[in-house]
Design a protein. Structure first.
Length: 200
């Protein structure tokens, strides 16, 4: 027995108001949003990448150039001097790796000058670097100071290369000393925050 097809006709002005039920086709609507295992629809908010604000940027130190000159005396007689500078105009930087190429008993003073360059200091006997008669020393010094990001500490790194020679200008000893020290900076009163001293 065939199913009866029922339809409803209307006036031409209104047109057909419905499609016969037997002729309808149901197509499932596509799913546009995924669901989680628990059945919840995940929230997908737009992700924006912005540059890090300056207040949270990586803190950096500030270089503070220094320049010093030291003299050594023995019984009122000048026996040595040492000059160091980190200013770009006359910096006394040197390559500390040159120490590996200096050979005791082989390297001459002329060889050392070719390897390291002109020394920033010289000492003769008797002094801290020349402890025996006839000896002399060439000294290379460099110091670098940096104000740390906190703004209240000054860190200084100093390296000193000393090359000692005998009476024949042959290397008898070479040392490299690197030291780092920190000291607090003196704070100055802020004009916008005067010291407490009046009545409140």
């Amino acid at each position: 027995m065939r199913p009866v097809v029922r339809s409803r006709e209307t006036s031409a002005a209104d047109g057909a108001r419905s499609v016969p039920r037997a002729l309808r086709k149901r197509t499932p609507a596509p799913r546009r949003r995924e669901r989680t295992v628990a059945g919840e629809i995940p929230k997908r908010a737009a992700i924006r990448y912005e540059p890090t604000p300056d207040a949270y940027a990586e803190a950096r130190s500030i270089a503070v150039p220094v320049r010093t000159m030291a003299y050594a005396f023995h019984e009122g007689r000048l026996v040595g001097f040492d000059y160091m500078s980190s200013f770009s105009a006359d910096q006394t930087g040197f390559d500390e790796l040159a120490l590996k190429r200096i050979k005791r008993g082989e390297t001459t003073r002329i060889d050392a000058l070719d390897m390291v360059g002109k020394p920033s200091g010289q000492f003769i006997y008797p002094s801290a670097y020349a402890t025996a008669p006839g000896r002399r020393a060439d000294v290379y010094s460099h110091s670098r100071s940096e104000k740390l990001s906190s703004g209240v500490t000054l860190e200084t790194t100093t390296k000193v290369l000393a090359i000692m020679f005998d009476e024949h200008d042959v290397v008898v000893e070479a040392t490299l000393v690197i030291t780092t020290s920190s000291k607090p900076l003196k704070s100055t009163p802020d004009a916008s925050h005067p010291l407490h001293g009046g009545l409140s």
